[in-house]
Design a protein around this ligand. Sequence first.
Ligand SMILES: [Zn+2]
Length: 232
Amino acid sequence: MPPETPSLSRSVEDYLKAIYSLSETGEPASTSSIAQILDIQPASVSGMIKRLAEWGFVEHAPYRGVKLTATGTREALRIIRRHRVLETYLSQRLGYSWDDVHEEAERLEHAASDELIDRMAAAMENPRHDPHGAPIPSSSGEVEVRNHPTLAEVAAGERARIRAVRDEDPERLRYMEARGLMPGVILVLEARAPFSGPITIRVGGDEGTLQTIGFDLARRIWVSIGEESAQE
Ligand SMILES: [Zn+2]
């Protein structure tokens, strides 16, 4: 642990979050993939990785870049909890739309104390998911494991329920909302074009409206399929 930082610096928190999100998608947390998420030059990543390793937050994983240690994971989940509780509070209590909360939470997550976050969560009766469907880690660091497929993986004829969507692009969120593509909504996959082509879905179940969406958008929507999709 860096002795001089009882609360971690903003950039350390962003690194831990980025490495955690890569581990969630199963992608190797390489210098270049971390640089891409943080929108910085790969050259500046190496130095920070070295420090994170010295502080015991990450370790090198052969052929996979770095991975979080138990301490690193705990810190990453702390910051992710702050982010997701803030998003939920802004949306539920302050009337923010779901495309507006991410940027605000990105800023506030570094300033809010765990105490404030716990009180916000308690005031909302400890919600389990943020407005985009992502699970909110508990204050003791437990988090629902996400291994849902994306809509891009659903076969024609199958029913699916939207579980979560990627949260960082406001324009994409507005586009999805306008088409009813939000967590909880049932979809029926009507047809899919080959070679990663467009996907035709019925939004809202069997009587729902027919819509065609791009493969790239479908990859950013997590769903549960079949039996499991019936469960709330
Ligand atoms: Zn967010």
